[in-house]
Ligand binder design. Structure first.
Ligand code: GLY
Ligand code: MN
Length: 466
């Protein structure tokens, strides 16, 4: 947790940005049962609640009054029964005081507070909940049917929260640097352990153990697979085979829940084949090109720059043909990289995505206001600001089903050498990912002078020495 002034200042800034005449209601997460009530997944607080209220306890609701300088925390004190099983906890009043919140009340009073605001004709601003329990709670508080939240959530709140969260303060950047250290330890652990005959599960398990030693666990399901062509491959069932590439896309969270997200792709044997090296270097060139040019105001330009660098490289290898810029304009590079260049990174590994294009929200309401949104909520219109952290994660994947589909549809035939792709159906995929902090004049990679081995030479040397 940061000092209480941080949370007071954030709530005041939100109050300043939001329209008058209402309240903001932020629900914290509850415990999420795995297979029965008392056996829950590791607790993860809602990131927006954490951003404004800083508390890691379950079952809290925070209210920010937009017309008065009043914040209220709702929650229930531990009973003796709770203390027997879970130990003593500060009272809700003490929790509130620890983050500069002046008022507190029992959980049930949250409903009365929200209902009173609604009866008084005040707007109740809330974000679309993404967990079933959150949907039910929000309905209980507002009286709005569970199926109706999409019609009532606050686009004003989503826009302002994203604008604030995506620009990191100095103390948040320090947290992001701590998250980098966790990512570094994870990925070097994976590289160290990889050799023929070792199970992907063993590598994933050892690497994830590091996140629990150094922080609060993984920031998303680790991808550890020799089938890197499957973009989010969560199976760890393979056994490392000489000659194949292992793709590791993984990150950890600090104890304050700031995330890292890195990808490295490296040869199981410790040595790239000539073809693997050539394709790897095309991806690395695209990654480095983004690093070279990323600065405030950009995002789509970065995505296109990475596509152009990939097209140039793939043309050089004879897998594509024609003019690189025209190939990008025709959409041909999508066959090899069917995903965006990157995403925001912060307290969520895809920062603020619960509010954005990939979130649960009915995106139509956002699009109606697209002209005034330039945060990560609408990625095509995203304008990076100093203090934003984003991932730089180009890739080249050979996805047989996707190639076959394009080929059958004769898509972009003038740019793609389909006849040469068949021999690569067993190649897999390569992705390289680092985390960039946008500065006033450009960007720096998180980690400063330190980086996870990334060039062919660095990876081969690291794997030989370890
Ligand atoms: N690292 C997983 C993702 O970016 O989707
Ligand atoms: Mn990523």
């Amino acid at each position: 947790m940061f000092g209480k002034q941080t949370y007071i200042a954030r709530r005041n800034e939100l109050r300043r940005r939001m329209p008058k005449g209402g309240i903001v209601v932020l629900i914290g997460n509850g415990e999420a049962p795995r297979n029965y009530f008392d056996n829950a997944y590791g607790f993860r607080q809602d990131s927006t609640f954490l951003y404004y209220f800083g508390l890691q306890n379950a079952n809290l609701v925070g209210v920010i009054d937009l017309d008065n300088e009043r914040d209220i925390l709702f929650g229930d004190d531990y009973t003796v029964d709770d203390i027997i099983w879970m130990g003593p906890q500060p009272s809700v009043k003490e929790l509130a005081e620890s983050v500069g919140v002046g008022e507190s009340a029992p959980f049930v009073a949250a409903r009365d507070c929200v209902q009173a605001a609604m009866r008084g004709g005040r707007k109740v601003h809330y974000l679309v909940p993404y967990r079933g329990e959150g949907v039910l709670l929000m309905s209980k508080l507002t009286g709005i049917k569970t199926s109706e939240h999409y019609n009532h959530y606050s686009t004003d709140l989503a826009i302002n929260v994203a604008a604030m969260r995506e620009v990191k303060s100095a103390e948040e950047i320090e947290e992001m640097e701590r998250a980098f250290e966790i990512g570094y330890a994870m990925h070097t652990t994976a590289m160290r352990l990889t050799k023929p005959g070792v199970g992907e599960r063993m590598i994933a398990g050892a690497m994830e153990g590091v996140t629990h030693q150094l922080g609060d666990g993984v920031s998303f399901h680790s991808i550890v697979s020799q089938h890197g062509e499957t973009l989010h491959n969560h199976s760890h069932d393979g056994v490392c085979e000489s000659g194949r590439l292992l793709l590791v896309d993984a990150g950890g969270e600090t104890v304050n829940n700031y995330c890292s997200d890195h990808t490295r792709t490296f040869p199981v044997s410790g040595k790239f084949s000539p073809l693997q090296r050539d394709i790897y270097n095309v991806v690395l060139h695209a990654h480095d090109e983004v690093l070279r040019i990323a600065k405030p105001g950009m995002y789509t330009d970065l995505h296109n720059a990475s596509y152009k660098a990939l097209a140039e490289g793939l043309i050089g290898l004879g897998l594509m043909r024609g003019n690189a810029e025209e190939a990008v304009a025709a959409g041909a590079v999508r066959l090899f990289m069917p995903h965006g260049l990157g995403h925001g990174l912060g307290m969520d590994v895809h920062d603020c995505e619960a509010m954005g294009e990939r979130g649960m929200a009915d995106y139509g309401a956002m699009l109606a206001r697209a002209d005034e949104i330039d945060t990560c909520i609408i990625r095509e219109r995203w304008r990076l600001r100093p203090g934003t952290v984003l991932t730089d994660e180009p890739g080249i994947y050979f996805i047989p089903a996707y190639i076959e589909q394009w080929k059958a549809e004769k898509r972009c035939e003038e740019f793609i050498n389909y006849s040469k792709l068949e021999s690569l159906y067993n190649f897999g995929g390569i992705r390289i990912e680092d985390d960039l902090l946008i500065t006033e004049s450009g960007n720096t990679m998180l980690g400063g002078d330190k980086h996870i081995p990334v060039t062919v030479e660095e990876i081969e040397a690291f794997m030989a020495e370890n």
